[in-house]
Design a protein. Structure first.
Length: 79
C-alpha cells in the first residue's frame, strides 16, 4: 500500500512513485489518497493510470477520514 497520509503529493509524484514501486516489486498497488491540498481525486486517478488496482476514499465525505478522496468523483472520472 502506497499512502500519501498528509495529502501533500502532486499527481505526477504519485504516478512516478507508483511506477517505481510496481517496477521493483511484484505487487498490486493500493492507494489511500488524501485531499488535504485538494488533489485526492487527481492523485487517485494518477495512481490508477499507472497501474494501481485499488484506491480508498470516502463517499461524499462519509468514511474513515473526511480528508480522504471522494470515491464518487473517482468512479465518475475513471473510464
Amino acid at each position: 500500500m502506497l499512502c500519501d497520509t498528509n495529502g501533500g503529493c502532486l499527481p505526477d509524484e504519485v504516478a512516478a512513485i507508483t511506477k517505481v514501486a510496481l517496477g521493483k516489486f511484484e505487487l498490486q498497488s493500493r492507494h489511500p489518497t488524501h485531499d488535504d491540498i485538494g488533489l485526492g481525486v487527481a492523485n487517485a486517478l494518477a495512481a490508477l493510470e499507472t497501474g494501481a488496482v485499488h484506491v480508498q476514499g470516502t463517499v461524499n465525505g462519509y468514511g474513515e477520514r473526511t480528508g480522504n478522496c471522494n470515491l464518487v468523483s473517482v468512479i465518475r472520472a475513471w473510464r
